[in-house]
Design a protein around this ligand. Sequence first.
Ligand SMILES: [Zn+2]
Length: 294
Amino acid sequence: MKWQGRRQSSNVNDARGRGFTGGRKVAAGGGFGLIIALVVFLLTGNPGVLTGGLDNQNIIVPSGSQQQAQYEPSQREQQLFEYAGVVLADIEDTWNTLLPKEGKQYVEPELTIYSGMVQSGCGTADSGVGPFYCPRDHSIYLDLSFYDTLIERYGAKQGDFSMAYVIAHEAGHHVQTILGVTQQLDELRQQAAAGRLSQEEFNQYSVRFELQADYLAGVVARYMAEKGYLEEGDLEEALSAAAAVGDDHIQKKMQGYADPDTFNHGTSAQRQRWFMEGYKAGDLSGWDTFSNPI
Ligand SMILES: [Zn+2]
């Protein structure tokens, strides 16, 4: 992707080296202190540790941690940081252009880049969770080490555009939140929790929801292509990343077999397909993964 010298979004929070105090400040006082929304939207169905840590007495926040601690990224990591800022700027341009056509105003999300551990509006998360979006504070959370994880652990192809896919997918969850789809999934989640919907049925909705985020990532890639920002190999890198985070691929890698009833993000083939559907359409015309066959 052609990114050097281009605009970086001003919505990036640098929370690296800040331990538990990254991200946007979220009011945890009043009666809401203990009610933490733990629902976040991940890139993969393979979460690490996420806890409602805002009031967790076991967490000791080092004094003075509000200030930026000494964090010295490698040159490569700093490049990735700047790259992520340019990707976010393209995401903003895409949705600032497209959402008004749907009669919706786009509220730009934030991107919090952290290292190791972060306190999000949805609880405390470690890097093992992978990239995620918290609808409560409208922020995407990303530890840049995920780039290596994607390649080394999940087997994606080398290449910067895999990270563009990752960020655009999480930003897709933000679009879903603006358009009310996230809230509909939350209702289904509550039905499942109350036993009115089986977990398997809920998983099928979850897959459709995640494939929709992949579609929305494809729409962003199309916008970048039309602006002349894509380079040869970029789409292949995105498709390789989409395949790497497919449920069947991850499950076979981690446990040796795939159990379709537990899929909640879609197979590699589905994730690639819906990314490309979004890329081909370049708008929301084909985004209904809930009514259409997936
Ligand atoms: Zn997702």
